[in-house]
Design a binder for this molecule. Structure first.
Ligand code: GCU
Length: 618
């Protein structure tokens, strides 16, 4: 190859890389806007086999069956049945019990409450394509923690990460009758996982969110971004990614209510665009306006419900649509209190977010991992601003490349799925991670990565304060990573983990950043129904008094622009073991795990009522 030709070839590849770059950094192949697609749900009773020794995955030499040249009928993903009475087969899905999917296994079976290991799931189904030539995908809302997926005995792939969606194309494999989808789910904790082995929440295992089949035309709209450009209240900036498109396929973005049609031509399925949207009704908590937005090609018309708003900071202020706001928030785990189980449905989302609205919230911190899509779409509808985070929690293995790759993959999937949700204003990189050079470079990687995906939303992380040398009542916030965040947030538990509730009024704050500050956690535990004096630990009175005193302190924190107390409702935790009080539950909820409000709920509610009057705009 002549030198000039080689240079030309390299330049061409570089240019192609740059052109496709925006398209390539989003989650590879993830289909977004699931609720508005043609889906067939695979929810329901799935046969399951508990397999702690992974007998269905490895032969007796610990060699994976799915990496052997010849498939073995001993491999559970073959869903094999003995053909006659002489044949040896030591499993049978169809004779095994069933679990409901979506749903964690811990809350469905007493003997699986603490189970950590492999459970196999199998669903048989027929499927007739609506139109020949269409393409078929199987989509998982989330599987905690690791999934090996097989269809009709063929491996589709593997996925790690318990809180983000993934899908596989099955066009060539799906048959009209007797399909069997087998999923090996393993929720064992391990050091390099994200989160790592130590969390203050239950390690719910299973297919905890929807499992659906999606049918699309041969060339279809896989993904798109349609949001306001950073700091521009009347300019939409975005892109569209087709899959299977011919070169030069046309796409139109239509918003009928605005009489708007914007046409683009795609290059290898991708097109970036900007267009003026004129005077619109901007999305906000008080006016959560969602527009019907249509993305159309020759073969397909896909609708989405999208809000348009701007979010930015100016010194200590958070500006929503150019107006300074105070975030009246609450932290939420993804748990349905009535079922004591992983939440996943629209009804679960409505319950949790209605409680938040009742508290007087305009904001929720969805801890400590990406919640199910119903929560984000419900927040869009109800008008609640959202902090969304990935489970880079406490002491993940900052030295491990595999850990960083998993954190990036989870961040990418969450941002890909949710980038059109106006409610989300903050992406959080971490929670209470111990400062170190290794941790800082890990988080800087995540910060840089998130900026390649979305430069409009604000970045934060829940940091920790420390006491000033020789002055225990001066709390310092100077975590170096704060220099790289738009919003500096911190968790503090004065009055619960050390000190007394009334000490809160002694504290002076030394915040080393000219940025908005959020107190992303504070709180204390109470067993609902336990009453006593306000210095009696675990009583509702103690919790309410702690809230009262901490809320007095909040107003003295420089640059404070919001709080998200810990936490809306009691939640399961294997670390909370005090008999008769905790019994495997973290009791910091303002609502019990039976849905009963505690005194502190009303303490916070009256504080927010006062704040709303002070900051009437939102
Ligand atoms: C920590 C942590 C939470 C935990 C809480 C508690 O700040 O972020 O995940 O549940 O404190 O101790 O209750």
């Amino acid at each position: 190859m002549t030198p000039i030709y080689r240079v030309q070839k390299i330049l061409r590849q570089l240019l192609l890389g740059l052109l496709l770059m925006p398209a390539l950094v989003w989650a590879q192949g993830l289909l977004t806007n699931l609720p508005n697609r043609h889906i067939t749900s695979l929810a329901g009773a799935w046969n399951y086999i508990v397999d702690p020794y992974e007998t269905g995955y490895y032969n007796y030499r610990m060699e994976p069956y799915d990496q052997q040249a010849l498939p073995s009928n001993s491999a559970f993903f073959m869903n094999y049945h003995a053909r006659d009475k002489t044949e040896l087969v030591e499993y049978d899905f169809d004779k095994s019990a069933t679990l409901a999917v979506p749903g964690d296994w811990n809350s469905q079976k007493e003997n699986l409450l603490y189970y950590e290991g492999t459970v196999w799931f199998k669903r048989s189904f027929d499927y007739t394509k609506k139109q020949t030539g269409n393409r078929l995908f199987v989509y998982f809302g989330a599987v905690n923690y690791k999934a090996e997926v097989y269809l009709n005995g063929k491996k589709l792939g593997t996925h790690e990460g318990g809180f983000t969606p993934f899908n596989f194309e099955v066009t060539a494999l799906l048959q009209p009758k007797d399909n069997f989808l087998v999923v090996k789910v393993d929720n064992k904790r391990f050091k390099q996982a994200v989160p790592t082995v130590n969390t203050d929440w239950w390690n719910y295992g299973g297919m905890t969110r929807e499992v659906v089949l999606i049918e699309e035309p041969a060339s279809f709209i896989r993904d798109y971004l349609i949001q306001l450009k950073k700091n521009e209240s009347q300019t939409v900036s975005g892109h569209v990614q087709l899959d299977g498109a011919v070169n030069g396929e046309a796409v139109s973005i239509e918003i009928p209510e605005l009489g708007l049609v914007h046409r683009v031509v795609t290059e290898r399925g991708y097109a970036a665009f900007e267009f003026k949207i004129g005077k619109i009704n901007h999305w906000s908590p008080q006016s959560p306006k969602l527009y019907e937005v249509f993305i159309k090609t020759k073969q397909q018309s896909l609708v989405d419900q999208i809000g348009f708003r701007t979010i930015s900071t100016d010194g200590p202020n958070i500006l929503l649509n150019g107006q300074s706001i105070f975030l009246r928030g609450i932290s939420i785990h993804e748990e349905n209190t009535q079922r004591s189980a992983r939440a996943f449905s629209q009804a679960d989302a409505l319950t949790a977010l209605t409680w938040a609205k009742e508290l007087g919230c305009n904001y929720v911190r969805l801890a400590h991992y990406p919640h199910n899509e119903n929560m984000l779409r419900m927040a869009d509808k109800l008008g609640l601003l959202v902090w969304e985070e990935i489970p880079v929690y406490w002491t993940v293995d900052f030295a491990s490349a595999a850990t960083l790759s998993s954190a990036k993959q989870q961040l990418t999937a969450a941002m890909t799925r949710d980038k059109n949700r106006a409610a989300i204003i903050i992406w959080s990189m971490a929670n209470e991670t111990p400062p170190s050079e290794m941790r800082n470079s890990f988080l800087l990687e995540l910060i840089a990565h998130s900026k390649t995906l979305d430069n409009t939303r604000l970045l934060s992380a829940a940091l920790e304060r420390h006491e000033k040398e020789g002055d225990p009542w001066t709390y310092v916030l100077d975590d170096k990573i704060g220099e790289h965040l738009d919003i500096v947030a911190f968790n503090q538990y004065l009055g619960w983990y050390g000190g007394k509730p009334e000490d809160a009024t002694k504290v002076k704050w030394d915040i080393r950043f000219d940025k908005p500050v959020l107190m992303s956690e504070f709180g204390g535990s109470a067993l609902q129904g336990l009453h006593g004096t306000r210095d009696e630990r675990w009583s509702e009175e103690y919790q309410a008094y702690l809230y009262e005193q901490t809320l007095l302190m909040v107003e003295n924190i420089p640059h404070i622009r919001g709080i998200s107390p810990w936490i809306l409702a009691d939640f399961r935790s294997p670390k909370r073991l005090l008999p008769g009080i905790q019994d495997g539950w973290n009791r910091k909820g303002l609502i019990s795990n039976h849905g009963i409000k505690k005194k502190a709920f009303f303490t916070l509610q009256s504080f927010y009522d006062k704040m709303a009057k002070q900051f009437p705009s939102y």
